[in-house]
Design a protein around this ligand. Structure first.
Ligand code: MN
Length: 158
């Protein structure tokens, strides 16, 4: 499947079952997939902050990758496309990678509405950010609903 669109930039969330299960959150910016590894995954609760460790850029083509990364290779384990769709910046809110503050809307199959990614620490090559849902009609308290449990599957193959 070709997830690359000519109009709006895409985002993808790949669920990566490796030694430590995590969710790779990727935004297409300037022709690459800017990438963050989120150990606990995205959360719809606006009161919950999820650690997102900035990792290396990936090529746009990687957005549709699902499969097995063989033993011995970096990231060995299985990858599914947990969510994908388009993102857009939000009028009057910051979107600045170098300043470490990104506010954006997601139009995914699972993730919707407004989000913040805010850098909290610049540690060598792995800056730490927080992914936080902005309170809107798509936010939900984690005590009532956990999208990671309710919708664990791939959006491509199910
Ligand atoms: Mn990963």
């Amino acid at each position: 499947m070709n997830l690359i669109s000519n109009s709006e930039p895409i985002f993808v969330v790949q669920k990566h079952a490796t030694l430590h299960l995590h969710y790779d959150f990727r935004l297409a910016i300037d022709g690459v997939l800017k990438s963050w590894a989120i150990p606990k995954g995205p959360c719809l609760d606006s009161k919950i902050k999820r650690l997102a460790v900035e990792v290396e850029d990936h090529p746009l083509e990687y957005a549709s990758f699902e499969g097995i990364i063989p033993k011995g290779q970096y990231g060995a384990g299985s990858v599914i496309v947990w969510d994908y769709g388009h993102w857009s910046s939000i009028k009057n809110l910051p979107f600045n990678l170098s300043k470490g503050h990104l506010s954006f809307n997601l139009q995914g199959k699972k993730l919707q509405g407004s989000w913040n990614l805010i850098r909290i620490q610049k540690i060598r090559d792995k800056p730490q950010w927080l992914l936080i849902k902005i309170n809107d009609e798509f936010s939900r308290p984690l005590t009532e609903y956990d999208i990671l449990i309710d919708k664990p599957e791939s959006v491509l193959t199910s």
